[in-house]
Design a protein around this ligand. Structure first.
Ligand code: ADP
Ligand code: MG
Ligand code: MG
Length: 323
């Protein structure tokens, strides 16, 4: 569904990349910029979705252990970025979790708990160092048969960055794009104030927040155990796996939010720190220039990195959380 308000203010929502996408674009050419952005997101979805027949990600997975294949610049850039964040997170973020994502039925929405033996076997296939990228020739190879990438933890961030670039090319000065919780903003709001981004309460209805961050020209991305999960025998099985154990990560966090200039960085890092947990997560984020984070622990405490002490406005209607 989409609706047009005027040439200078355009909002639309659609369902792409497995999630709801909303856009608000202001200024002359808002409608054209918005349409181009949505088309571009569709293109990125077709390239990066692993379950989609004919996608480049699927082709890469099918060729694993057999041959290197030629891929588009988009996916090569995403794979290069993915390897970088795998490396700095010590493998907490690793797009070669594909075989495990399949075994758990995460991307298919048919959740199942794999046998321990199966998990151990598939774990041996997880290793980002097995992605060989030849950027000069535009080819990529997965070293071993059975290996598979899953770009679910990084592709939306890439799409958000591409969207902001498109807005800029159209001369847009003020815009907001949200890909299912992966938010990027361009400039300030049209009234000159900052964009107000709520941090979701991980245990309450969608839209109930625990705090707010006011931003301009930034991306804010959250990974949480509440976005996609199933419960069995009172255990919550969520969609973010620890690549070292093969099980949904149990690092003691319910949510991790990253603020950064680049959304692809924020997306990769939110997944990474969610797996790393509070202490290692803070350590990683503090080591990175221009990156900040909000952590929500299972014992309902909220922590922020040093650069957010004055920026994060604690606002917990539920009165359950402590900051
Ligand atoms: P969201 O799906 O809400 O954007 P993330 O960005 O954290 O959340 O991405 C989670 C998705 O990434 C999972 O659905 C799965 O496809 C994949 N994934 C799960 N665990 C990892 C991991 N440790 N590293 C990289 N990708 C992962
Ligand atoms: Mg992510
Ligand atoms: Mg994400």
């Amino acid at each position: 569904a989409f609706w047009l308000k005027s040439d200078k203010h355009f909002e639309q929502q659609s369902f792409l990349m497995g999630t709801v996408i909303s856009e608000k674009v202001y200024g002359y050419n808002a409608r054209k910029a918005s349409a181009e952005a949505m088309a571009r997101i569709g293109e990125i979805e077709n390239t990066m979705t692993v379950n989609a027949q004919g996608s480049q990600a699927e082709a890469l997975n099918e060729a694993s252990g057999k041959k290197s294949i030629r891929l588009d610049g988009d996916i090569i850039e995403v794979l290069e970025t993915a390897k970088k964040y795998s490396s700095i997170s010590g493998g907490a973020f690793d797009v070669t979790v594909g075989p495990l994502v399949k075994a758990w039925g995460i991307s298919t929405e048919h959740f199942k708990i794999p046998e321990k033996e199966e998990i151990d076997e598939l774990l041996s296939l997880v290793n980002y160092n097995d992605i060989y990228i030849d950027s000069n020739n535009g080819t990529v190879r997965l070293a071993r048969e059975g290996q598979a990438v899953d770009l679910g933890a990084i592709a939306k961030g890439y799409a958000a960055d591409q969207t902001i670039e498109i807005y800029k090319r159209w001369g847009i000065k003020s815009a907001y794009i949200n890909l299912g919780g992966n938010v990027s903003v361009l400039g300030k709001k049209p009234d000159g104030t900052l964009w107000r981004i709520g941090i979701q309460n991980p245990r309450a209805a969608n839209g109930k927040i625990v705090g707010v961050i006011n931003i301009q020209d930034k991306s804010v991305v959250t990974s949480g155990d509440y976005e996609r999960f199933s419960e069995k025998d009172n255990v919550r099985y969520h969609h973010i796996l620890d690549p070292h154990t093969g099980y949904p990560s149990g690092s003691g966090l319910m949510g991790a939010t990253i603020l950064a200039d680049s959304s692809v960085a924020a997306d990769a890092l939110s997944t990474a720190v969610f797996v790393l947990g509070l202490e290692k997560g803070i350590e990683l984020v503090e080591s990175l220039e221009g990156v900040e984070a909000v952590f929500i622990t299972e014992d309902k405490r909220i922590y922020t990195t040093s650069g957010l002490k004055d920026e994060f406005i604690f606002d917990d209607e539920s009165k359950e959380f402590q900051y």
